[in-house]
Every structure is written in structure tokens, then in C-alpha cells.
Design a protein. Sequence first.
Length: 480
Amino acid sequence: MTIPCDILVFGGTGDLALHKLLPALYHLYREGRLHPAVRIVALARSPMPRNSFQKLAERRCRAQIARSDFDEDTWGRFATRLDYFSMDAAQSADFGRLAHFLGEPGGLARIYYLATAPNLFVPIVTHLSIAGLVDSESRIVLEKPIGHSLESATAINSAIGAVFDESQVFRIDHYLGKETVQNLMALRFANALLEPVWRATQIDHVQISVCESLGVENRGAYYDRAGATRDMLQNHLLQLLCLVAMEPPAQFDAESVRDEKVKILRALKPITDQDVQDKTVRGQYSAGKIGGQEVPAYYFEKDVDNDSDTETFVAVEAHINNWRWAGVPFYLRTGKRLAKRSSQIVIQFKPVPHRLFDGDRANQLLIQLQPDERISLQMMTKTPGKGMHLEPVELNLNLAQVFGQTRRWDAYERLLLDVLEGDSTLFMRRDEVEAAWAWIDPILKGWQEHFQTPRPYHAGTNGPEQAHSLLARHGRAWHG
């Protein structure tokens, strides 16, 4: 069971809080993981009685929680833990009111979850400190993005570090809470079959793709300032790259794992000058069809500038300058309004030295994160009949089938439990965040200096043609 604590959610009536955090906390309560003294306080500007917030929370959580998992009695008990406090996170005086509302800690730790815009991170932390609401037992959880550049990320981290010790800071990336992502570490470090071939001598290239069929939805104002590079590449994709490429840690603890991830980020070959044009592709979706429905161009989306040059797609050819991965390209891509929703990692092995048979192809390991979580290894086998004609056959590990009716934990459930238990293994350390920005900044600068505008692609396709050329010029192609 976790520690007794107050969980205070800034932005407590936003989509993240109501669609992800509260359902995750309900499941943890249902599983008996929350201490009996835990209180969950939503903080937002709108005045609202406590019972009205509880009704809002129930309505929104019912929409997110499977009917078989929503128990009326359990929810009733869980709802008694929910409270609401109206305040403006930008106003220092409101934090004095919050301190009075919370009263003395009385042995309770305080966990602050900042489900807000990043520009509020520094004011919130500063006001918490002034109001005397931070002590050695406090913890703070930050949603990405941490800044919009290396300079801004460093400023945010410094302000947070002036109030909280690094051990108290949990920078969350929900991709790291996915079951299959953690299985990637088990796959690599617990299977002697793969360890000898997980290196440049046996692997031709690696693909990491996070493709979305949705547009910007209600995030137009934020997304138009961020774009696909800051929103996805700087965090989600680079974190996945680290898990694929990192060396085995000396032991499985937070600092050892994160030490190895930082080494990979620092070993990434900088993409500057001409390389920005040769090894990166920006794209922006135009009007098209998805699922038979017409969708507008990006610049017609709500809260997006009509002349916006923000990228909704990015593809990058990355290289890691170390002994294990020298010469192996890592192809990263992410985009919105693509043909289908899919997140996957593809490890493409090199072909056998001499091909004996018709149809012989190189082996491939596919790690799929969504929509279904599965791991498959493509092996070459003979087709029935006369002759030695080969076809690829997948050896499949479907996690849902293997573990039967066991309920799959949502990423936020796992990560929130880690926060409550004080385990920061799956969270980003300050130097990780800054090392990632140090690699991303020259790409953003290069696009600006070379006036590299986004290439158009129709909604419902697989991105701009130039992204396919990124691989095709080396005789390769994107999977799926």
C-alpha cells in the first residue's frame, strides 16, 4: 500500500485530469493500492461546490472506465476522497488560501500534479514555496513538454530545482508506462537469444513510428506553437530510442537506468547545417479523407493560424556514435492525420551472408505499442509444396492473449503508482530532458535558417513523399 498523502491536481477540470488521472486513481483504489488517508484535490479557476465536482468526475470517469470495471459501491467510496478548491495558479495570494484549506500536513505527504500549460510550472512552484507548502516529503509531477527549447527547459528545471530536490521531481512521459515499452527492457535484458545480435554487426536499421489518424482536436492553440517535433519527437520518440539503444544497466534501479539513457542522448550525432536538409523531413497535412470522412487542412483547424508553417509530421534519420550502434540508422517519424493509428518499433536485421533460397528475406522484430500491444519475430519458412520457396512467418507474442482476462493497466495507473511509491525509474531526469533538447535545438534552428517549410501531404496518407525518400535512397522502406 502507498503512503498517506494529499494528491493535488492543478488543472483538475481539464481533459488530462478527468480522462486519465482520475480513472487511473479509481483503478488504483479499486485494486487496494491507495492508502486509506489519501485525499485527491482538484484545483481549477471555476467556482464549483465539492458535490458538483464529484458528479462531474463520475460522469467523465464512467465514459473512460470499462463498464465491467465500474462498480457503484466502489465509486461511492472513492468519491468521498475527491475534493475541489477554486484558485488561480498564477495568483500568489490564492496559494495562501490553499494552505489554509489544506491545514497542517499531519503526517501526510503532498503530491502536486501539474496538469497545466508549461508556462505555469515556474509560477506554481514559486508560489508553493512562498506559501510554505513544500517540505522534504513533497513530490511534484510535471507533464511534458518541459519547455520549448534547451534554454527554456533549463530555466524551468532550475526554478523547480530551487524548491524541490531532484529525487522529489517526476517528469512524466506516459509512453514509458506502457506495458509493451517495459517489455522491451525484458526482451533485451532477460533473453540470451537476442543479446548477441542486438548490435551493429547484425542489425541493418531501426524504425520508431508514432502515427496518429487524429488531428489536433482541441489542442490547436498549444500545438500551433509546438509542432510535431516539440510535442512528440523531443520526448516520446527519443525515450523509445533510448530504451532500444541503451546499454544494460548495472542494476535495475532508477539512477542506473537513467544513466544509460543519458549516455545514448549524448551520443546522438548532431544534425546541423546540410544534414538538416538531408536527414530530416517536415510535413503539414492538407485536406483529405480519413475513414471515409472529409477532414480539413491543418491551417483550418480550430485555434490554428491560417498561414501557419507548423509541422504536423516529422521524420528524422538519427545516428548514435558509439561502438554498439556505429553505422546503424535510426529512422524516427511521427505525424497527425495519417492513414492509421499505429505506434511501433521495428528492428530490421541484416540478411544472411549468402541467400540460398527463392524469397529469402532478412528477419525482422516488430514491437507494437498501439493499437494492440504485441511482439512478433518474422522468421523465414518454406511454403508447402515442391521446391524451396520461402515466405516470412510471424512468431507472435500477443500480450492480451497470453495473459487472458487479466486487466491491462493503463500507463497512467502504473506511473501514478510509481510516484506514490517514490520510484522514478520510468521518469525523466533533469539531464535527460536537457540532453534531448540539446539534440533537437539544432534541427529547429536549421529549419529556420534554411527556410525549410513543411512539405504538404493529404490527410489519410502516410505523410509527405520526401519521408519515403529518406529510406528509399538506401534501399529501405517504412514498415506498414
